[in-house]
Design a protein around this ligand. Structure first.
Ligand code: DX5
Ligand code: ZN
Length: 227
């Protein structure tokens, strides 16, 4: 099980401080949302910021590219210290060369799909992936409501993983709180990206350990325990 706080929900005036806080929270990965103002209607930060944050932590940098032209961004993010780079399935014929290039750069390979995109479309790529990220909100902004219609996609991705004896991790991203994390765990997810829930908590450390607990139990009933 991997808990990945999303830096999008941190205080942008003190990103290095919040990165260090995440580092000490017991989290496994730091999720970095890169938005280009074109693939999604918002802009976050770029490789220079990721590079500046790299010395602040040893956490695994999970770089989620919500960008129309990731081909020009893979090298800069690889050099900035990404450990894994995720691109979007909606990019169509760009996807195959992008996955190859991420692998060639020596980084873990991730693929993500938006809520309206059919899970069937990931099938041809499954054996090339380290990570499949199921978007559980329409990407662009933190703090949105979890979309329950995405749960069957997690179940399907988990079934394929078992049937084909593949080893990719299955992540969920968007609206992941203590309750929805437990529901995603039941469906087969093992990477839990969470922004608002974790960073808004009084103690990030307590929030991370509580999320770990509900995921371990896979029991949404535990979710009303306070963070
Ligand atoms: C959504 C981003 C998410 C976002 C999740 O566009 O990809 O990673 O930070 O934030 P919360 O947990 O607040 O929904
Ligand atoms: Zn994300």
């Amino acid at each position: 099980m991997i808990i990945a706080p999303s830096l999008l929900a941190a205080n942008f005036g003190q990103l290095a401080k919040d990165t260090a806080r995440a580092s000490k929270s017991g989290a496994d990965w730091l999720h970095l949302d890169i938005m280009d103002g074109h693939f999604v209607p918002n802009i976050s930060f770029g490789p220079a910021v990721v590079k500046a944050l790299r010395p602040a932590t040893k956490l695994f940098f999970d770089v989620h590219l919500m960008c129309s032209r990731p081909d020009i961004l893979l090298e800069p993010f690889a050099q900035a210290g990404a450990d894994q780079i995720i691109v979007h399935l909606e990019l169509g014929e760009q996807v195959t060369p992008l996955l190859w290039k991420i692998r060639k750069l020596g980084k873990k390979v991730g693929l993500s799909l938006n809520p309206p995109t059919s899970i069937g479309l990931v099938q041809p790529f499954l054996d090339q992936l380290d990570h499949l990220l199921v978007m559980t909100v329409n990407p662009g902004f933190g703090g949105q409501e979890f979309i329950y219609e995405t749960l069957p996609k997690i179940q399907q991705a988990n079934a394929w993983r078992r049937e084909r004896n593949l080893a990719y991790t299955i992540g969920v991203d968007g609206g992941v709180n203590l309750k929805t994390a437990a529901e995603c765990a039941r469906a087969g997810a093992d990477v839990f990206v969470s922004g608002t829930t974790l960073f808004a908590a009084h103690s990030l450390k307590r929030a991370v350990s509580k999320m770990r607990k509900v995921v371990l139990a896979s029991d949404p009933a535990l979710a009303d325990l306070r963070v």
